[in-house]
Design a protein around this ligand. Structure first.
Ligand SMILES: CC(=O)N[C@H]1[C@@H](OP(=O)(O)OP(=O)(O)OC[C@H]2O[C@@H](n3ccc(=O)[nH]c3=O)[C@H](O)[C@@H]2O)O[C@H](CO)[C@@H](O)[C@@H]1O
Ligand SMILES: C=C(OP(=O)(O)O)C(=O)O
Length: 428
């Protein structure tokens, strides 16, 4: 077990290249199950969620190679092996195995998903969609059993705009007989990315990226080659870092349109941002003003950037309010930021941040992935040394974090935990 050591208070400068999108990769990899021959995806990030999904595809008989960001999956000898326990519980996105296996094999047994603890993460809309397509769905001892004699296209209205449900229903519907219409669909870029892969495999999908998606089912899907989109959340994390402690940061391999809500907020704070085609430059910010943000479905401000953005707001002049309408309990990073001298209080779904605090290095714990990113940013802003534990969360979503930050001039390294520290974590 390791911790991150950060010597804060020094400016960062230079270019950082963004990896492929975690939240696409975790859906694209299960989607390969639907093909009858080899699928290659370029630009897959080397993160633990990806390694776990690779293992799960192998468990069901797939042959998977993952080297230099290219993942090649031969799904031809896969079988519908039940996956009620083990690795599936380690990540949220294992729920995409439900849609993909149901689409290909018309049956699946998948344990209820894990992932970051952000409060309740229901999957009722996924299940409603599978049932509408003709599947019988039961929950038996913590695993979801799905069976269908055949899948038939249906009109499905999502009661809640959900990225997960939109993608999962799409995965099953591409192999249903006839037309499926998903109404009130989510519009996130990752949905378009998954639809592009499926289309490359021979699926017929129209409207991905809008709130009505039409899918005409096909009998067979074939292998193909696909390049993943850049990770807008990783890119946003570095943009926030650039505004906090940057003296000129160039973020490379980014789609600026995917981050309009963040860029608008950073500009409103007074940050200097220049957006190009696939690069964004963040200049040194002398003074920053407080702003309010509210997380919303895309193209609103992403919930996944709310926590890193909170760290930045601690140095803004004035009082800011952060409201998370997607995951109202996504505030576990706040206690840790307080340990670092931040002046923040939580009221219901909102955090109220009184700036300008000079953060101080401290021993803190990442409770989830983006809380980890928030603490790394805070550590780089703080005076003195910050020690961050809970790296297993950060490793789920940030490829080569230490190397990328070192490349920008940060003093950051990983260190083995002492026996006493391991004991303390076990007893906590
Ligand atoms: C809308 C949104 O910002 N979604 C983010 C959320 O997706 P994630 O897939 O976790 O969440 P969804 O988009 O599916 O859910 C959005 C909201 O709908 C609710 N819900 C969802 C499914 C369901 O069956 N029933 C239900 O009530 C959720 O509790 C949540 O409040 O986290 C992902 C990883 O952090 C991000 O990539 C997504 O961009
Ligand atoms: C919460 C996240 O991941 P997951 O939904 O996979 O837990 C995230 O990407 O911010």
């Amino acid at each position: 077990m390791e911790k991150l050591m950060i010597a804060g208070g020094y400016p960062l400068k230079g270019t950082v290249r963004i990896s492929g999108a975690k939240n696409s990769a975790v859906a694209l990899i299960p989607a390969t199950i639907l093909a009858e021959s080899t699928v290659t995806i370029e630009g897959i990030p080397d993160i633990s969620d990806v390694q776990i999904l690779k293992g799960l595809l192998e468990e069901v008989g797939g042959s998977v190679e993952f080297k230099d960001g290219n993942m090649t999956v031969d799904p031809s000898s896969m079988i519908s092996m039940p996956l009620p326990n083990g690795k599936v519980k380690k990540l949220r996105a294992s729920y995409y195995l439900m849609g993909a296996m149901l689409g290909r094999f018309k049956k699946a047994v998948i344990g209820l998903p894990g992932g970051c603890h952000l409060g309740p993460r229901p999957i009722d809309q996924h299940i409603k969609g599978f049932e509408a397509l003709g599947a019988r769905v039961t929950n038996e001892q913590g695993a979801i059993y799905l069976r269908a004699d055949e899948l038939r296209g249906a009109r499905i209205y999502l009661d809640v705009v959900s990225v997960g449900a939109t993608i999962n229903i799409m995965l099953a519907a591409v192999r249903a007989k006839g037309r499926t219409i998903i109404e009130n669909a989510a519009k996130e870029p990752e949905i378009i990315d998954v639809a592009t892969l499926l289309t490359n495999m021979g699926a017929k999908i129209k409207g991905a990226g809008t709130d009505v998606i039409r899918i005409d089912g096909v009998d067979e899907l074939h292998g193909c080659q696909h390049t993943i989109i850049p990770d807008r959340i990783e890119a946003g994390t570095y943009l926030i870092l650039g505004a906090s402690v940057g003296e000129g940061l160039l973020i490379d391999n980014i789609i600026p349109q995917h981050l309009e809500s963040l860029i608008a907020k950073l500009r409103e704070m007074g940050a200097h941002i220049e957006a190009g085609d696939d690069q964004v430059f963040v200049g040194k910010s002398e003074s920053l003003k407080a702003v309010d943000i509210k997380t919303l479905v895309y193209p609103g401000f992403p919930t996944d950037l709310q926590q890193p953005f909170t760290s930045l707001l601690t140095r803004a002049e004035g009082t800011s309010m952060v409201t998370d309408t997607i995951y109202g309990a996504r505030f576990k990073h706040i206690d840790e930021l307080r340990r670092m001298n931040a002046n923040i209080k939580v009221e219901g779904r909102s955090a109220i941040i009184n700036g300008q605090a000079q953060l101080q290095g401290a021993k803190v714990k990442a409770s989830d992935l983006r809380a980890g990113a928030a603490l790394v940013i805070a550590g780089l802003m703080a005076e003195g040394i910050t020690e961050v534990t809970g790296l297993e969360h950060i490793d789920r979503g940030y490829s080569e974090l230490v190397e990328k930050l070192q490349g920008l001039g940060a003093t950051i390294w990983r260190e083995a935990l002492t026996k006493e520290e391991i004991e303390q974590i076990k007893n906590a």
